[in-house]
Ligand binder design. Structure first.
Ligand code: SF4
Length: 610
């Protein structure tokens, strides 16, 4: 394969035998699936849909794209692709920081782990080579994320080094354990950390230097394309413009007040759509009170990360950089907690155990509603009880008491407790911070996402909340149903493209497919236009759907929790609304060319999947 931007080298590591093979990337695969999420999905698909997610036969792919680690804006991300132990679907989960860029600079496009090591190990990557090391003798196994990172940095240094590790939750195979990178960045959703734990793989340590970054095939062309992209990013005053746009100044938590204002804030496990004290945990309040820094990722002038420090009270001394909207919602509105310091402590606790904050917040809110209904004899948890919440997080991570039920998935716990309807989940994955009664397109997005109730497979709130018109649909009213099928499909396909290139989705607030195509073409030397990219996005989305169909998700597998369909919203902005999923779903399937959620053979052939 002769495309620029790639190392043309993927390490295939068999943890059972310790054998490591290096394989080039097939040029046809690079054309059809680009890289990162696309190539990862192809590898997971080829490995078969019937594998046990926590069995040695499942593969765990850490994949970069052809733009990763280059000068392209926001190009530091990495995808983790596998079969999810939370949902049983295919899953991809991405994180930012520098690990993706450093993997590329270290000479690899990706690493695929299969099998299971007899003893706990970690992988070390440098100069295009992977080596496996004992994770017990360096005392990383059994340790929290920050302690494991410190121990591995003591051995391999900090300069030019990224540590991606699981915490105790991953070792215990909690179904929503994540993989943490650089302390506070997470491949959060779908339980990728549990897959790592099932393989006895504690961490992946990567050493890569910037001087070894890939250079564009067409240097002059790239210079021009990159300058245009940077201008778009800087000119977008409402969102991405450095130190001007809302995303840059307040981080993702700029959404707290905006989403609440339209009555789309799932509150107390979505029993309400409005959180009265929303301002106390909003991006604006955080910026005025506890914000101490604006960290960023590789090649990103937006710097949306928000570092906070607590100086008073029970959590004094806490400092962390992931006061994100989704996490603040998960423990805040969702659990009826408006104390920003306590919310910070809960997020930090998840980061230490290596737990997905969104699923963890849902685990707590399901427990709270179950307690309210009198279903949990003596094990209850009251709304907003932050000490109790912290304690229960620890029990989930170590699988103690009812923590063990929740560790198997909040949806499974709700079923065991006799109230499956209190789990706000789709295909086993719990919802993030948007109530489908107040943002209808997001409801369709949750139902049709290939990894369960996820906002990032098709981020329609960009149009429905922020008013960002990504393509020709022009629909922005969050309560409108008509046109939401097309809107959702456009967002799903575009985000699949950015995940295959692996650039941060936030770039799409300012840049467009033409800009991405120009940069891709000049870096790789493979000519591509916006339509070509969209076709890749559609192909990869369909490949994932086909995998799920073969894994048992047949007709009728796209749904929403009944609460969103039958219990009218109560908050200002959406009062009286329910989500009319059936209407949108019918239009969606017609547009996709699917039969009630199943990809027909004709579509697979049209997209050259089979
Ligand atoms: S916008 Fe935020 S998450 Fe995206 S690359 Fe920049 S700092 Fe990282």
């Amino acid at each position: 394969m002769n495309f620029g931007g790639y190392c043309n080298k993927v390490a295939w590591v068999d943890l059972t035998t310790g054998q490591i093979e290096y394989k080039p990337i097939d040029e046809e695969d690079a054309r059809k699936y680009i890289g990162s999420r696309g190539l990862g999905a192809k590898y997971v698909f080829d490995n078969g849909p019937e594998v046990d997610p926590l069995g040695p036969e499942n593969i765990l792919c850490l994949m970069t794209g052809p733009l990763t680690g280059t000068d392209v804006n926001l190009s530091g991300r990495i995808a983790v692709c596998t079969k999810s132990p939370l949902t049983g679907t295919i899953v991809d989960s991405h994180h930012g920081g520098w690990s993706g860029a450093r993997l590329k600079w270290a000479g690899l496009d990706g690493i695929v782990f299969k099998g299971k090591s007899e003893k706990p190990v970690y992988a070390y990557v440098e100069n295009g080579e992977v080596s496996l090391h004992d994770a017990s003798s360096c005392d990383a196994w059994g340790k929290s994320v920050p302690v494991a990172v410190k121990k591995l940095q003591e051995i391999h240094g900090e300069k030019d080094v990224s540590v991606m590790t699981i915490g105790v939750a991953g070792e215990k195979m909690v179904s929503f354990a994540n993989i943490m990178n650089e302390h506070d960045r997470a491949s959060g959703r779908g339980g990728t950390g549990a897959v790592m734990g099932s393989k006895n793989l504690k961490a992946i340590v990567v050493k890569g230097v910037h001087a070894n970054r890939p250079r564009p095939v067409n240097k002059e062309g790239f210079k021009e394309a990159h300058a245009a992209a940077l201008e778009q990013l800087k000119d977008e005053d409402y969102t991405t413009s450095p130190r001007k746009g809302g995303l840059s100044v307040y981080g993702t938590n700029v959404l707290m007040n905006m989403v609440n204002a339209i009555g789309a804030m799932p509150t107390r496990n979505a029993q309400s759509t409005y959180f009265e004290p929303h301002e106390m945990i909003s991006g604006e309040t955080i910026e005025e009170t506890i914000l101490v820094g604006n960290p960023t990722c590789h090649a990103c002038p937006v710097a949306c990360k928000k570092e906070v420090e607590i100086t008073e009270g029970a959590h004094a001394g806490l400092r962390m950089e992931s006061f994100e909207y989704e996490s603040a919602w998960a423990f805040g509105a969702n659990c009826d907690l408006s104390d920003a310091a306590a919310v910070s402590a809960l997020i930090a606790s998840c980061n230490e155990y290596g737990l997905d904050t969104i699923e963890s917040g849902n685990a707590l809110s399901v427990t709270m509603e179950a307690s309210e209904r009198g279903l949990l004899d003596g094990d209850g948890l009251a709304w907003g009880d932050s000490d109790g919440m912290l304690e229960l997080l620890g029990k989930i991570a170590t699988r103690e008491g009812i923590g063990d039920d929740l560790a198997n998935a909040p949806a499974k716990a709700a079923m065991k407790w006799g109230a499956p309807e209190i789990s706000m989940s789709v295909k086993g994955m719990s919802i993030p911070a948007y109530d489908p009664r107040g943002i209808k397109g997001m409801g369709l997005g949750y139902a049709t996402s290939n990894r369960g109730a996820c906002h990032l497979r098709g981020y329609t709130p960009a149009a429905e909340v922020v008013g960002n018109v990504l393509h020709s649909t022009g629909v922005t009213d969050p309560l409108e149903v008509e046109g939401k099928a097309k809107l959702t499909i456009i967002f799903q396909n575009v985000h699949t493209v950015t995940d295959c290139l692996n650039i941060c989705k936030f770039a799409t607030f300012a840049e467009n497919l033409d800009t991405f195509a120009a940069q891709y073409s000049t870096i790789t030397g493979n000519p591509m236009d916006a339509d070509g990219l969209l076709k890749v996005g559609e192909r990869v989305f369909n490949l994932e759907r086909y995998y799920n169909n073969l894994a048992g998700f047949g007709e009728g597998s796209d749904y929403l929790p009944e609460r969103f369909l039958k219990e009218p919203a109560d908050g200002p902005g959406s009062k009286g609304q329910v989500c009319e999923l059936d209407v949108m779903l019918e239009e969606y399937y017609t547009e996709r060319g699917w039969v009630n959620g199943v990809v027909p053979e004709s579509k697979l052939k049209e997209l050259e999947i089979i």
